[in-house]
Design a protein around this ligand. Structure first.
Ligand code: ZN
Length: 180
């Protein structure tokens, strides 16, 4: 039986993502292991899963996603002015510039941001995803489709292409925060 991609299946793909305006490649699995994910559990941006529903192993699909089906629109509220004094310690070892990417430790976890403005008084941080507001084109090749294991559905994510934890890394287990 040919497995077709639907909810609660684990899909492994090779993919290349490009910006249709410039042709720039922003991400690709080329030279890496295929990307595995569990369908229907919010692991991927919504349009990526939707466009692959019904595909089977060996199939190639190309699709273009508007921001609402990818990383969403850029939000003004996601930009924040932070007193430069808070960066004093960091600035002893690193130079701050417009475009510098840093990670803030927030109560809910690490939050990456990009410096978009800088003066003596303050640093303007943009917490929007780097691909927010952008239209994205994906070329995807389906490498494998299989049913998820009970454990994967419980965890809400895929355990690699085989569904097994790699035995070579016994210390790497899934914990409560959902990390493999
Ligand atoms: Zn897990």
């Amino acid at each position: 039986m040919v497995e077709k991609i639907s909810k609660n299946m684990v899909v492994s793909v090779h993919y290349t993502g490009t910006l249709p305006d410039s042709g720039e490649v922003f991400d690709s699995s080329e030279g890496r292991e295929p990307l595995s994910f569990l369908v229907g559990h919010g692991q991927m941006i919504p349009g990526f899963e939707e466009e692959l529903i019904g595909a089977s192993t060996g199939e190639k699909r190309e699709f273009t996603l508007s921001p609402d089906r990818a990383y969403g629109d850029r939000e003004e509220e996601a930009m924040m002015k932070i007193p430069r004094a808070q960066f004093a310690q960091l600035e002893q070892s690193a130079k701050l510039e417009v475009g510098t990417q840093l990670v803030a430790q927030m109560p809910h976890g690490p939050a990456p941001f990009t410096i978009i403005e800088l003066d003596d008084e303050s640093v303007t941080a943009d917490f929007n995803h780097a691909l927010a507001g952008k239209t994205l084109t994906f070329n995807v090749e389906v490498i494998e489709v299989r049913d998820a294991t009970e454990e994967e559905i419980q965890h809400g994510h895929a355990h690699g292409i085989s569904g097994q934890q790699p035995e070579a890394q016994p210390a790497k287990t899934c914990n409560d925060d959902g990390c493999c």
